[in-house]
Design a protein around this ligand. Structure first.
Ligand code: AHM
Ligand code: MG
Length: 337
């Protein structure tokens, strides 16, 4: 069987499809290599004393795990010197990181959540890395936080790695969604699924039900109808799954459909949702849309949102198109009434 590696796939995207420039190809390869290094560390776990807290908090006030810190360092070190980037930003760093003057600089900006699903690290459940690539538009000026504040539609590439039973890399450069599996013996990413498509309909949903009392009426209405099952207005039974690692929940949806929701809730009015726009919601929304799904805050398409700050949080509702559109319609109705 002829195998297509990530390198071959990217060269193909560059040469034939003309979807990416050589600099972007190399940048994606470096990110993918860093994900391999993260996978090795995640795989060692307690053997290398890598579980547990690092003893520090990140900018969001969350306790950092040792593996959060290590994964951030791996991505930073791998990408700093390649010459393709102007700057980087991470969930684990308060401010942006400008590429230092001792290295050549490029035109791309890289954003990442180095290890998503932190609450699952110590319990051996799937976790992952999410990344987004933007092109710097203010070419002449030095890189600043403002350079990063572009809507999701400006992304030129996005992807995630899942560190699960197998290690996967899911990628889009705007020409569909493609999945690579890490061949651990060979150390190479092998294309295992091309052009993933999300079914338009589903009977599976993912939401943290313990937050139900904080939800806004349209979300409550939608979930109430799903829970009513065959006897309710939807006339069919729905199943629920919640891994609590966005990478794993989104990957299930890419594979067999579903709707994922981390909606805005009333707990902390200044925090609209839990998930972060720039390095969680945007890259996942790009991937979901490229696979034929939809992604909204409830009130607007996530990829159209103009970010106000780097670590902004946002309501996320994404997955099978017909279900996402139904939730958006409930939001629109509730606004009108
Ligand atoms: P993290 O980036 O700190 O790991 O938080 C994001 C994670 C998502 O992966 C997941 O969907 C969500 O938080 C789970 O939240 P909860 O613990 O409320 O179920
Ligand atoms: Mg995260």
């Amino acid at each position: 069987m002829r195998r297509t590696t990530l390198t071959q796939f990217l060269v193909e995207q560059q040469r034939s499809a003309r979807a990416i420039k050589p600099e972007l190809r190399l940048l994606i390869e470096v990110v993918a290599r860093a994900c391999k290094a993260i996978a090795v560390n995640v795989g060692k776990g307690a053997l290398a004393n890598l579980l547990g807290n690092a003893g520090t908090d990140n900018v969001q006030g969350e306790a950092q795990k040792k593996l959060d810190v290590i994964s951030n360092e791996i991505l930073m070190e791998a990408n700093e010197w390649g010459g393709h980037l102007a700057g980087m930003a991470s969930e684990e760093m308060e401010t942006i990181h400008e590429i230092p003057n001792r290295y050549p600089k490029g035109e791309y900006l890289l954003l990442f959540d180095p290890l998503d699903g932190s609450s699952n690290i110590d319990v051996n459940v799937s976790i992952g890395t999410i990344f987004s690539v933007l092109k710097k538009t203010d070419e002449l000026g030095p890189v600043s936080e403002r350079s990063f504040l572009l809507p999701g539609t400006a992304q030129v590439a996005a992807g995630y790695a899942v560190y699960g039973p197998t290690t996967l890399l899911v990628l889009t450069v705007g020409t569909g969604v493609h999945c690579f599996t890490l061949d651990r013996e060979m150390g190479s990413w092998v294309l295992t699924q091309s052009n993933l498509k999300i079914p338009e309909d589903t009977s599976e949903f993912a939401i943290n039900m313990s937050n139900m009392r904080h939800w806004e009426p349209p979300v409550r209405r939608y979930i109430d109808e799903l829970l009513a099952g065959r006897e309710g207005p939807r006339g069919k039974d729905f199943n629920m799954r919640w891994v609590a690692s966005m990478v794993a929940d989104v990957h299930r949806i890419l594979t067999r459909g579903g709707i994922f929701m981390y909606p805005r809730d009333k707990r902390e009015p200044d925090k609209p949702g839990k998930l972060r726009l720039m390095y969680e919601a945007n890259p996942m929304s790009f991937i979901i849309e490229q696979a034929g799904g939809a992604s909204t805050t409830g009130l607007e398409r996530i990829l159209d949102v103009r970010p106000g700050k780097l670590h902004e949080r946002i309501s996320v509702i994404l997955g099978s198109r017909n279900e996402v559109e139904r939730v958006a319609a409930y939001h629109a109705e509730s606004r009108r009434s």
